[in-house]
Ligand binder design. Structure first.
Ligand code: T46
Length: 139
């Protein structure tokens, strides 16, 4: 599994179209925003503020997370370093490459985490034990 430089991971701006007549905003994720074709969409909601989601890495799956409502934090870990991102805008997303451990925490009331991913669901793609993740990273 390749080394991932966390410094190269940044929030990505999603184009926003503001209605000129005060009817609000529309953001669109088109093919030039992501380096993969979206194969699956899922979303987390009604997450208690003291709960943590994630707590795993993916072998192949790439993922784009958006706080379409509310806010939450994403802690990324490449096996060596950790970096925390606050997602709190519906027009900013976090592109997570494969091979990165992630934990989602501090969900605000009403937060919705939208996830646009590169693969179909496959439990074999998950590394759910941190010790296993560390040993895969070392090898
Ligand atoms: C991720 C974070 C942000 C399915 O049956 N189909 C699916 O497409 C998904 C995503 C999950 N599931 C089942 C598997 C588990 O029995 O739903 C249950 C909860 O999944 P999990 O424990 O993986 O949930 P999270 O919130 O910890 O992780 C999910 C995604 O699995 C993961 O890719 O990065 O959201």
């Amino acid at each position: 599994m390749q080394y991932v430089n966390l410094e190269e991971i940044q929030l990505i701006e999603i184009p926003k179209i503001t209605a000129p007549d005060g009817r609000g905003n529309l953001s669109v994720v088109e093919k030039d925003v992501l380096p993969y074709q979206i194969k699956r969409v899922y979303y987390l909601y009604d997450v208690p503020s003291d709960s943590t989601r994630g707590g795993h890495a993916h072998r192949e799956l790439q993922q784009f997370l958006i706080a379409v409502s509310g806010s939450f934090s994403v802690v990324l870990d490449n096996g060596k370093d950790r970096k925390t991102f606050l997602l709190n805008r519906p027009n900013k997303g976090l592109l997570i490459p494969s091979g990165v451990w992630r934990e989602l925490e501090n969900f605000s009331a009403g937060a919705v985490c939208l996830s646009l991913v590169s693969e179909e669901y496959d439990e074999e793609d998950y590394i759910r034990e941190y010790a296993d993740f560390k040993s895969v990273k070392r090898s």
